[in-house]
Design a binder for this molecule. Structure first.
Ligand code: ASP
Length: 322
């Protein structure tokens, strides 16, 4: 009897690594919490394609939109922890939402396993070309003079663009009517068409439109001017100190085997070490994390520190979702 139990244990131990060694033997789904065509989706596609090459399997992008990413993260938390479903998220979906949405029925931090930290992106304060302001100061005056007329896009309460709107309000005292979208890709189309007038969103989404002359940029939210947009002043230079970076990351369902997490991490590191990927990231204004910062444990510690930093800010702003 004892012998049979011992053999069964040995068989289980042997099956574990053998199973993981074969990983991945089929395509991997990457859940994206926002609509196609936006900054999170763009990052997922660039990184996913390169990680897929590294692992010899295709990455399938699945956009699961709504409720500022909480629906996507619920789906990720409930997926099989086998490495075939992972998710991309950011400071909004995996930090701010953990403070704001307290009745999700799952734990945004403890039910997910960090895989790798991904690039961080400054935001741009932008408007449609119909807005008469030419400088950040003029934009603030315009918003204060037209409190009910100006609408701005967000990807929902707790999204990056909502955090951007909060930071903007804190720095300038100006506000705008928040219009929620399933992602800032669709919001950008409405900004270009002047259905909404302003937005604070990642440069990876807004910079290409600024460069094409389709929208106007007033300031970037980084401490220093990003080389990709050296002609746009920082918010501090434009008279309203405001610093906010939207950092991104990859997560798996809790319980995903460590050797699979490590393989995914190594693939993400390889993706961000690729000169072509680095060049594309830099063109979009993204700040790349170091290999050390990307490690799962370092990323988990970073996420915890960000939770400690954001909690009082969000509570003071009275942002709650019942
Ligand atoms: N970056 C957007 C946000 O959080 C959402 C998106 O990627 O579409 O505001």
């Amino acid at each position: 009897m004892l012998r049979r139990v011992v053999l069964a244990v040995i068989a289980t131990i042997a099956a574990g690594p053998a199973f993981s060694q074969a990983y991945p033997s089929k395509p991997i789904t990457m859940i994206v919490p926002f609509a196609a065509g936006g900054p999170t989706d763009l990052l997922a596609r660039i990184i996913g394609e390169r990680m897929g090459k590294e692992l010899g399997q295709q990455f399938i992008i699945e956009n699961v939109t709504g409720a500022a990413g909480t629906i996507a993260m619920a789906k990720l938390a409930r997926a099989a922890p086998d490495g075939y479903t992972i998710g991309i998220g950011h400071v909004g979906t995996n930090v701010a939402n953990a403070v704001i949405y307290t009745k999700l029925g799952f734990d945004l931090v403890n039910d997910l396993e960090p895989i790798a930290r991904l690039p961080a992106n400054p935001m741009l304060v932008v408007s449609s070309n119909n807005v008469p302001a030419k400088t950040l100061k003029e934009l603030v005056e315009y918003l204060k003079a037209n409190p009910d007329k100006v609408s701005g896009g967000t990807a929902g309460i707790g999204s990056g663009s909502h955090l951007g709107a909060l930071a903007f309000n804190k720095a300038t005292g100006a506000t705008y009517q928040l219009v929620p979208y399933r992602g800032t890709g669709p919001a950008m189309q409405d900004l270009i068409g002047n259905q909404i007038q302003v937005m604070v969103d990642q440069s990876s989404n807004s910079l290409p439109q600024v460069q094409a002359g389709k929208i106007r940029a007033y300031a970037q939210t980084s401490a220093k001017r990003s080389p990709a947009m050296a002609d746009i002043p920082t918010a501090a230079e434009a008279g309203y100190p405001m610093e906010i970076m939207i950092w991104n990351g990859l997560w798996a369902p809790k319980g995903t085997p460590k050797d699979i997490i490590d393989k995914l991490n190594a693939a993400a590191v390889a993706a961000l070490s690729d000169p072509a990927v680095r060049k594309r990231m830099e063109e979009l204004g993204q700040d790349l994390p170091t290999v050390e910062e990307m490690k799962p444990a370092a990323f988990a510690a970073f996420q915890k520190a960000e939770l400690t930093r954001w909690k009082p800010i969000l509570e003071a702003a009275g942002v709650k979702f019942e």
